[in-house]
Ligand binder design. Structure first.
Ligand code: BTN
Length: 227
């Protein structure tokens, strides 16, 4: 295993608003590829779809990387890297939620200004959260690796190694890894504009859904399992 180049330089905040916000500022100011911002706690952690992402101090991995010339399938490659770093049992819910035992243990938020030559890859992993740390509406949905707070840093080290590997991997390998871990395949799903049965991921990383009107390819957004 080679040492990861991603993660240097590193800025650690005991507490900050959002590591993605801090990394975006650094990226816009010219920070090099691989710059990592981590925090023990976020006061305004950002999730996908404009949601918040919160975790108690020192119990979650909270980090954002500045990437120059990110790979085309960055959101998917990042999901595979996180899954590989956290558990052999981890699966992916398109585009990149990482689930263990049917519960989401990690989230990924990519924010990019490709015309300015950067993307920020933000990752939150519930390394050491306890059941009581989740708000009532997330119980049974959000999960935790159930490790100790001392495991946050070693989990970050494993993650950086996997990111190094998967962000540099060939697209067919990334897609194959995504398909191996795809927990939506064959499941009834719904999204903002319709519903159908998930039918895999195409070569552009889009989610294929077989709906009443034919096959649809979703490029962005969110899908939910129909119950
Ligand atoms: C999601 O909604 O699934 C994405 C969550 C991403 C959360 C991480 S925590 C570290 C980084 N900083 C943020 O403000 N968000 C991301």
């Amino acid at each position: 295993m080679t040492a990861a180049a991603l993660g240097r330089p590193r800025v650690h905040h005991r507490a900050t608003d959002s590591t993605n916000a801090r990394a975006r500022d650094l990226a816009a100011a010219g920070a090099p590829h691989g710059t990592l911002v981590t925090a023990g706690e976020q006061t305004s952690g950002r999730g996908r779809q404009g949601r918040r992402w919160s975790a108690p101090a020192s119990r979650a991995l909270l980090g954002s990387l500045v990437l120059r010339e990110p790979p085309r399938l960055l959101p998917l490659a990042a999901g595979v890297a996180v899954a590989d770093a956290v558990s052999a049992e981890a699966v992916l819910k398109w585009p990149n939620d990482v689930l263990v035992g049917g519960r989401k243990v990690a989230g990924i938020l990519v924010e990019a200004r490709l015309t300015e030559g950067w993307a920020v890859l933000g990752i939150g992993v519930n390394v050491a959260l306890r059941e009581e740390d989740f708000p009532a509406q997330l119980r049974g949905v959000a999960g935790t690796l159930g490790r100790s707070p001392e495991e946050v840093e070693p989990t970050l080290e494993r993650l950086l190694v996997e990111l190094e590997r998967w962000l540099g991997a060939d697209e067919p390998d990334v897609l194959s890894a995504v398909r191996d871990r795809d927990c939506l395949l064959g499941q009834a799903v719904r999204w903002a504009d319709g519903e159908g049965v998930a039918a895999g991921v195409d070569d552009d990383g889009r989610l294929l859904v077989q709906s009443a009107g034919g096959e649809v390819a979703l490029a962005a957004g969110e899908v939910h399992l129909r119950r």
